[in-house]
Design a protein. Structure first.
Length: 480
């Protein structure tokens, strides 16, 4: 049977759990201020989660269980696998960049060879014609038409040579840059391979430590799996964590609403000021046009009166009206602000997630051997589903969301909790490794963990839950 619980019981939780660095991705075009705000928000979320874990750990400090002995090794295995996965991605990126640099270097070398050959041909042509200067051609006394053609040819050859020389210099500089890029990529790859070897050694040591610990406490684990009280404590612990996470998420959403409201007020004020300035300019232009029209009318009347009296027509007098104010080119409308940095409140709302009912992909491959509401060993019932799957199989997020918890927790082993907005959460437990950390945004189908048998589980697989407003519900009708 698969036993589940939550945060470890003991003050060593914070020390056992690896330090989490929460990336704060900002969209392309985000300002430096928005990137700083995103980093600050992620840092606040991390601090809140760490505080939450300390509170839960303190509450469990008086109830040590055999499963706690696995915490350090299973958490370390998860972290080592996550680092290895990141290093593998870095290696692929570096190899791709190196291949691109090598391909470009081949192209530049070919271009340099072609241009050198062309320059040699031009030099030979100039040599066979004799190195005649333009002055020699002009003073040669030949037919002017012939002289003109020779001068044109000489100019063409000179320009072609200079163009080739300039291109060769640029290509040589580019070749040197590419050589340095290749050197850096090779150094990076060597460093990555060294880090990979170090992490693999650490992973092997932690696996051996886990095997030894598991052998030592296996009898106690089997006994605790059969205890109704242990399962009930697991359920209570999970409910407590979800309740605290709900408060953290609600606070983040409140801050996000306030930030968006402030941005809206600033945009409205900027639009109001721009409209007032445009109206002021339009009024000034209208007044200037009225004064010009009045001056022209007075001048026309004076001319008519002079013509009627037989007097000479007066010369047009300059307008006595003051010069109109300068007309400024209309100021461009303020550019729309770049999209705000990601935040918890920007996740799909509840209606968006509800639209996915019956369309969610199963988060891991395998047979569902434990179903929601069905009895389980120990006298309890399943609050989610258990998918029997091989160790190391990929675990995928069922929908877009934000990771709000990723750590080792008593009874659940390595667990990832994703917030989908609208008070919907998805829970993935028993993982061999968590590949995501709190604060990261994930997309539907993205790999977030690998299947394992952590937290005292007797067989590998994924425990999966869906919750709304903290309450678990049957995920079967949501999976396709």
């Amino acid at each position: 049977m698969f036993a589940f619980a939550l945060v470890a019981g003991g003050p060593g939780l914070a020390a056992a759990a690896p330090a989490v660095s929460i990336p704060a991705p900002a969209p392309v075009g985000a300002t430096a201020e928005q990137r700083r705000a995103a980093q600050s928000e992620a840092g606040e979320l991390r601090d809140r989660i760490q505080s939450l874990k300390r509170d839960l750990s303190k509450a469990e400090s008086d109830r040590s269980e055999a499963r706690d002995a696995l915490r350090e090794s299973e958490g370390a295995i998860s972290e080592a696998n996550r680092k290895l996965r990141d290093l593998d991605q870095r290696q692929r990126d570096a190899e791709t960049a190196l291949a691109a640099a090598e391909a470009e270097r081949t192209r530049v070398e070919a271009a340099i060879g072609d241009n050198r050959a062309r320059l040699a041909r031009l030099s030979r042509a100039e040599y066979t014609q004799g190195r005649t200067s333009p002055w020699q051609l002009l003073l040669s006394g030949e037919n002017p038409n012939t002289t003109g053609r020779n001068l044109a040819l000489l100019g063409y050859v000179g320009r072609a040579q200079q163009k080739l020389i300039t291109q060769l210099e640029a290509d040589e500089a580019r070749l040197a840059t590419l050589a340095e890029t290749q050197r850096q990529r090779r150094d990076e790859l060597a460093q990555i391979r060294g880090q990979q070897e170090s992490e693999r050694n650490a992973l092997e040591r932690e696996k051996q430590a886990r095997s030894a610990t598991l052998a030592r406490v296996s009898a106690k684990l089997e006994e605790q799996r059969k205890q109704v009280g242990a399962l009930e404590r697991d359920a209570e612990r999970l409910n407590g964590l979800i309740d605290k996470l709900g408060k953290v998420i609600a606070e983040e959403e409140r801050k996000e609403r306030e930030r968006l409201a402030a941005e809206k007020r600033r945009a409205e004020e900027a639009a109001r000021l721009a409209a007032a300035e445009a109206a002021k300019r339009a009024l000034a232009e209208k007044e200037a046009a009225r004064r010009r029209a009045e001056a022209e009318a007075r001048e026309a009347r004076a001319r008519q009166q002079a013509a009627a009296a037989g007097a000479p027509m007066p010369a047009p007098a300059p307008a006595s009206v003051p010069a109109p104010p300068p007309v400024h080119a209309p100021e461009p409308a303020p550019a729309p602000p770049p999209p705000p940095a990601p935040s918890i409140a920007m996740l799909p709302d509840g209606s968006a997630f509800e639209a996915l009912r019956g369309r969610l992909a199963q988060p891991a491959p395998g047979e569902i051997t434990g179903r929601f509401g069905r009895p389980r060993d120990g006298g309890s019932v399943w609050k989610g589903i258990f998918i029997a799957a091989p160790t190391g199989a990929e675990v995928h997020a069922v929908a877009r969301g934000r990771v709000v918890f990723a750590d080792w927790l008593r009874g659940f082993g390595n667990i990832v909790i994703v917030d989908h907005g609208g008070q919907y959460l998805s829970i993935y437990a028993g993982n061999e490794s968590n590949f995501k950390t709190a604060g990261q945004t994930v997309n539907a189908g993205e790999t977030i963990a690998s299947v394992g048998a952590t937290g005292g589980a007797e067989r590998p697989g994924l425990y999966f839950e869906l919750r709304r407003a903290g309450q678990p519900f049957d995920p079967s009708g949501w999976l396709r």
